[in-house]
Design a protein around this ligand. Structure first.
Ligand code: SAH
Length: 362
């Protein structure tokens, strides 16, 4: 048993089974034993690789996408260039490099990073060298100024709850104990007002996931953008409206049992883009449609950028570079599993590359 498994087992023995959300929160961010709190999980030697760690082109294109929004919104003289869940800081570094093409914007940008892990804050400091940066625990402490924000693979790390349909009620999936070991179980079914709308499109035994922190975080971001300007680009794996069990654990680039090694494996779930879009619109901002990552990046010119950089490469470096393009865009790799959605102030042009809002809102 890991040290965190022992702590969780003692807590469950004393207080009873806990929700998946409580389990995930401790596994990821427990101050002494949490996965993100204690390590740098990225890259070949780590547990998973994210788009900015695959190629610099990803951050460059997101930077240019936000640059277009900044121009469209009248070039605000002071604004926040922000990222929530910045990992190693690679995406922010690549955005800042791309903004060298627009010196007025780069000079006006105040960099703000929202990061819960002290270990990763230190890694971000290293990556960003001496560039001035302010760190935050949450959105609430960001200064009041136009907010141009990115979030890549952040929302999938937020704790989820899972419910199994049983008649007109819902049984919550829990982590309990059997013979001293952590095990999954279900609470007795109860009717839930928040899931009442899902009775229309689910049947007996179906699993629905909710992410309790998502509406508040996405709503805070969108409320600022709606009132003082800016745009947010959210990229993650997931789909439109949660259905099915997507709770997963990754260790050393392979799926593993989420209960086997709490604190030592990454735990995630698919992001519900309908919930993001609803939070944006409830906060008074405009939402784009959910758009496939491959479509979005190709519209922003990823193929041309790949060719431009390819001219200076050869041999294995050239092969890796071309493979990066395929990894980000191919339907069989990240191109369709990953989606993008954005919010922006009503009445301003949407960030380039995204589908306009459409029938998804029905
Ligand atoms: N965007 C990065 C890293 C994604 S991993 C990339 O694409 O490579 C998720 C990141 O979110 C990590 O930096 C993790 O420490 C951070 N994180 C997870 N939960 C958080 C929370 N509740 N508040 C702030 N940061 C959080």
């Amino acid at each position: 048993m890991t040290p965190l498994a022992r702590l969780l087992a003692a807590r469950i023995a004393a207080e009873g089974p806990i929700s998946l959300a409580d389990y995930m929160a401790d596994c990821l961010l427990h101050p002494a034993h949490g996965y993100y709190a204690t390590r740098d999980p990225f890259g070949a030697a780590g547990d998973f690789t994210t788009a900015p760690e695959i190629t610099q082109m990803f951050g460059e294109l997101l930077g240019l996408c936000l640059a277009q929004c900044w121009l469209d919104q009248g070039r605000p003289a002071r604004f926040l260039l922000a990222e929530i869940g910045p990992g190693r800081g690679t995406l922010m570094a690549d955005m800042l490099r791309a903004l060298k093409a627009l010196p007025a914007m780069r000079a006006a940008a105040e960099v703000h990073l929202i990061e819960a892990s002290p270990t990763l804050r230190a890694r971000q400091r290293q990556t960003l060298g001496d560039h001035p940066v302010t760190w935050h625990d949450g959105i609430h402490s960001l200064p009041d100024a136009p907010l141009f924000l990115v979030a890549n693979e952040f929302f999938d790390a937020l704790p989820i709850r899972q419910f199994r349909r049983s008649g007109a009620g819902w049984a919550e999936r829990q982590v309990g104990l059997r013979d001293g070991q952590l095990t999954f179980g279900y609470a007795p079914p109860v009717p839930l007002a928040t899931l009442a709308p899902r009775l229309a499109d689910t049947s007996e035994g179906d699993i629905v996931e909710t992410c309790p922190a998502l509406p508040a975080i996405a709503g805070d971001i969108a409320r600022r953008i709606a009132s003082v300007g800016g745009a947010a680009l959210i990229i993650d794996y997931g789909g439109w409206q949660s259905l099915g069990d997507t709770f997963q654990a990754l260790k050393s680039h392979a799926f593993t049992d989420p209960l086997a090694e709490p604190g030592l494996a990454d735990l995630t779930a698919h992001v519900d883009f309908q919930a993001l879009s609803q939070a944006f619109r409830t906060a008074g901002a405009a939402s784009t449609a959910m758009t496939l990552q491959g479509t979005f990046l190709n519209r922003l010119g990823l193929a041309a950028r790949t060719e431009a950089l390819a001219r200076n490469l050869q041999g294995a470096a050239l092969d890796t570079h071309r493979a990066a393009y395929r990894r980000l865009t191919d339907a069989s790799e990240m191109g369709e599993l990953f989606k993008v959605i954005a919010c922006h102030p009503t009445g301003t042009p949407a960030p380039p590359g995204l589908d306009p809002p459409d029938a998804q809102y029905a």
